[in-house]
Design a protein around this ligand. Structure first.
Ligand SMILES: Cc1cc2nc3c(=O)[nH]c(=O)nc-3n(C[C@H](O)[C@H](O)[C@H](O)COP(=O)(O)OP(=O)(O)OC[C@H]3O[C@@H](n4cnc5c(N)ncnc54)[C@H](O)[C@@H]3O)c2cc1C
Length: 452
């Protein structure tokens, strides 16, 4: 049988891999990864570095048989087909806007060349487009989606796929690891399992409460592995029992599917407000807005919880979910900047940066998305800090300038009796005043909409 090509994308593993198994069942397989400049340009250094380390790990698991090609996907595939005589291409299906149009174009072009192209499975528990409400329309609200998702079910994970790799091709290099300045987690399938096993043996049983405390390891930190498919969410679900904490963790995996579904149904929502009327919310632009954005980006707003989160993002390429919500709310409702500006900054620095989860996480915070927290709910950065980091463990780690302050004043250092600590900025805005401003803007938007 002539070889098939297996085109790796967001599925850099050998276990529980239905699309790879389908290719392997047909005969020898060329394992291919295409370095697509279009995608590499969108990736910040941290995510690119993690991707390349994940590819190096995959290559080692394939006894060095991973083939790297650089170029536009269709050209890279045609060159491998010409070199090997492969007659079929297999890949895990992609549901994002870029992936869908790329795959349609590749499928049509290769079909014209007489090549069979198979897109199978997905990076999700349930592939987008599979779950519709009773009325046959997509869900716009999470809770009923979660119920329908559980009812729909999913296949049990498969084992490690045995593959007869085609060894005839020379590979290009995976590429240098870009300089990141960030401390990134170990990459690859074994590293993903090391983390998953540790989490599933212990922290998952405290997850409901612990997941909100950024000062402890209360969440799985599996998002970078899920992003590149070195682990599949199906494999995690298979290990979960029925305790309340495990069900909350199950629901978080469902949020990932939900946002992929929303983006699949509304690709425009990657960049634009899901709720059209929110597009007209007044936002600040100009030199002062840029100055404030810079203070936010670099962790110099004078609000410790915001600065801690933004510094963690730069240092680790990751930020705790609770803090993502706090810094997001601060950007939109205290600084009155467009959510998409913050989303772009996140996509540059997050190792787990994922268009669906990121754009919709931001829209949830901004009050412009599906199932959004209403716009009038404004996070108080001091209240959130006190509630979720009561012993200030997180603040002391990321904002060392104020580490000496007591547990009360550390959340709002400008109230210190001894005066504001040297070397740490005062608050760049007054939260109480900006909250009122945000609500006024909402009122003005409502009035404009009513006036038509
Ligand atoms: C403004 C904002 C931007 C975000 N951007 C991203 C992003 O680019 N990529 C990303 O993977 N997640 C994003 N999230 C969701 C969430 O913050 C991360 O998935 C989570 O912090 C990852 O850490 P963890 O693996 O320890 O999560 P855990 O709490 O251990 O959760 C397990 C997994 O469930 C999924 N998950 C958990 N919460 C969410 C959620 N709210 N939405 C979607 N999936 C979720 C993730 O795949 C996560 O790895 C964003 C959230 C917000 C508020």
């Amino acid at each position: 049988m002539p070889s098939s090509i297996f085109w790796f994308r967001r599925d850099l593993r050998l276990a529980d891999h239905p699309a790879l198994a389908a290719a392997a069942a047909r005969g020898p397989v060329v394992g291919l990864f295409i370095r697509d400049a279009e995608l590499e340009q969108r990736s910040g250094a941290a995510r690119l570095s993690f991707l390349r380390s994940s590819l190096a790990d995959l290559n080692a698991s394939m006894d060095g048989n991973l083939v790297i090609k650089t170029g536009a996907p269709i050209e890279a595939l045609r060159s491998v087909i010409a070199e090997t005589g492969a007659t079929a291409v297999f890949a895990t299906d992609d549901y994002g806007p870029y992936g869908r149009s790329r795959d349609t174009a590749v499928g049509e072009a290769l079909a014209g060349d007489g090549i069979d192209v198979h897109y199978l499975d997905s990076p999700y528990v349930v592939p987008p487009g599979s779950i519709l409400s009773g009325g046959g329309t997509p869900y716009k609200v999470f809770t009923p989606f979660f119920k329908a998702w559980k009812k729909h079910g999913w296949p049990a994970p498969g084992g490690v796929v045995e593959v007869n790799w085609d060894t005839s091709l020379e590979s290009e290099p995976i590429g240098e690891l870009p300089e990141t300045g960030s401390e990134l987690p170990a990459a690859g399938e074994a590293a993903a399992w090391e983390r998953a096993d540790a989490f599933l043996a212990d922290a998952v049983f405290r997850y409901d409460e612990a997941r909100n405390d950024p000062g402890i390891e209360g969440t799985s930190r599996l998002s970078p592995y899920l992003k590149f498919g070195t682990i599949h969410p199906r494999q995690l679900l298979d290990r979960l029992g029925d305790t309340r904490d495990e069900d909350v963790f199950r629901s978080e995996l469902c949020w990932r599917d939900f946002y992929a579904e929303v983006l699949f149904q509304r690709p425009d929502s990657a960049r634009n407000a899901f709720v059209a009327k929110m597009v007209d919310m007044e936002i600040d632009e100009g030199p002062l807005a840029d100055e404030r954005f810079d203070a936010w980006r670099t962790g110099q707003t004078g609000y410790p919880i915001v600065d801690a989160g933004m510094r963690q993002l730069l240092a680790e390429g990751w930020m705790h979910n609770r803090v993502r919500m706090i810094v997001g709310s601060f950007l939109v409702k205290d600084l009155h900047l467009d959510w998409s500006r913050g989303a772009r900054h996140f996509m540059t620095h997050l190792v787990d940066g994922d268009l669906a989860s990121n754009s919709h996480g931001w829209q949830w915070v901004a009050g412009t998305g599906t199932d959004a927290s209403p716009y009038f709910r404004v996070f108080n950065p001091v209240g959130q800090s006190r509630k979720f980091d009561p012993t200030a463990r997180y603040l002391r780690r990321w904002v060392p300038e104020i580490a000496h302050l007591d547990d009360k004043s550390i959340h709002e250092p400008w109230t210190c009796k001894a005066g504001a600590p040297a070397g740490y900025p005062g608050p760049i805005v007054d939260h109480a005043a900006e909250r009122i401003e945000a609500l006024d803007r909402l009122k003005r938007l409502k009035n404009r909409l009513e006036e038509g």
